[in-house]
Design a protein around this ligand. Sequence first.
Ligand code: CU
Length: 332
Amino acid sequence: MTRGRLVRASLLVAASAAGACAPSGAPSVLDPRGVGARRIEGLWWLMFWISVVVFAVVVAFLAVAYVRGHRKQTRLSEARWGGPFVVVSGIVAPSLILAGVFVVSLNDMMALSTPPQEPGLTIDIIGHDWWWEARYQGSGAVTANEIHIPTGESVRLRLTTDDVIHSFWVPQLQAKTDLIPGQVNSMWLQADEAGRYRGQCAEFCGLQHANMIFYVIADEPGKFESWLANEASEAAEPAASGAARGESVFLQSSCAGCHAVRGTEADSDLGPDLTHLARRETIASGVLDNTRSELARWIIDPQSAKPGAIMPPTELSSADLDALLDYLEGLK
Ligand SMILES: [Cu+2]
């Protein structure tokens, strides 16, 4: 590599590292949007700057050693301050620094375990291979993968899993918490301002782990209340004859064996609750946009979008598929 190319390559690496710190809109820990994440950011920067100082000191010693090494060679046992220097810089200083960081992070962990306000709302979050179920306590609202919360309030989450270990992580709002079989874990969320915050399963859980995406959507309290009231209500009656035919396709084919649409006979919880499917922006845990064509693709061949997903392909005549899509798009 020529010198010029080396310099350019290093600049590129430095620039992308800097960019990785806080690309706009990315779910970065360094772009916190809630009290919990702000604490974690503080700890991150503290540890970063401590590392910078330690690194600079080590490099400075290396430079001194390099320069002096050319002049004369001294054995450690012969050096006057050799022994104490090794003890202080190799044992005492690192122990003090690590103990200090440990105390600070314990303090942050304690603060992160208690919500700043007493939560008024509790949501049960149930992890499934490979999607997230959200049940709002007290209201009967059930949804999947898009978890609405009110802004400026602490919300409690009760985390359980239907199968293996998953981990609930919304980097811009809070630390991650595992969902462990046979155990109920709890955490809280609080968002400062309205927005859509990307979350990700953070514990390897099988083939589609990377596609176990979700969104926490923070709405102003008034907007949240109306979302919740709608979400808690039963499904709308099909508005037109096409949609009514779609409803019977849904109830008579395999769909009703795995999904619930509240207000109909379909009440299975093997797959996401579809009562208000049309209100979601994405389907299949953030993998597809909730449009008519993506919905059709998902129903006919879920495996092409999400290989391994626990939903089988369905064969339908094009008239039945059209009617089914009309029905699903009416589930507002
Ligand atoms: Cu996972």
